[in-house]
Write a protein that binds this ligand. Sequence first.
Ligand SMILES: [Zn+2]
Length: 309
Amino acid sequence: MATALITHADGLDHVTPSGHPERVARLEHVLHALQPLELQRVTAREASEEELLRCHPQSYIDRVRNAVPERGQHQLDSDTWLSPGSFRAASRAAGGACQAVDMVLGGEVANVFCATRPPGHHAERETPMGFCLFGTAAIAAKHALEHHGLSRVAVVDFDVHHGNGTQDLLWDEARALFITSQQMPLWPGSGAPEQRGAHDNVMNLPLPPETGGAEMKTRYEAEAFPRLRAFDPELLIISAGFDAHQDDPLANLNWTVEDFRWITEQLCEIAQTSAAGGRVVSTLEGGYDLAGLSASAKAHVEVLMEAGA
Ligand SMILES: [Zn+2]
């Protein structure tokens, strides 16, 4: 068994305005950092309409598609932009994650890292938000549940921002457990522990600013990991954002590369000893310091490779 890297050059065709933190260089730096690793490299497919429709209504998909400009850029909200290649890039991010689910459930590889952009975890059912167009991680979870017939899928989101979109998309989904940690207070402001989902299927772990990796480890060990083990997922999806890194310009959680390595090791160990049998799909979310992002993503993928060997 091996680890696959799913990506596509279309991810570089989603072009944001100069100075925007969610920029083409992010994906270039991640791919450069992963270059030396012996990964099974796979081209991301586009998502089918059916796959997108599991999380977003047709009217929303059409609205995003129709808002794509022929040239230049179109602004959807204060943070979220479209360029001519954006729909295809977001479609490949969602499609690549579904393809990753197909690959791990088909026994082709042990686990997958999807290096795609734009990120997805802020996109709500009918609202693009925070650089995100489609709810990639939730779409992958729904694909595993609806298409493959799994009965328990867990999504863990360690991006420094609240995964409000994934929470919205999985709120009513009793077959999914969504665990998300986030700096609080921080944009978008949601993610309090009282937000538990319609079936007590959402766990929010707010982390105070400047607390660092030690607090993260304590909270995950005390709250997230026992909950995840008890759920006994058949598949683990990771929303892998690396903006909790100490050098990230958008947040102040001060995690190190070793902290990202640690949390990945723990999640892989739980996946190995649960019904998932080691099956992990990880998809890139945030991370805006290019050096911190690429070093953390590389450490994350190295752990996936060790776990999948
Ligand atoms: Zn983020």
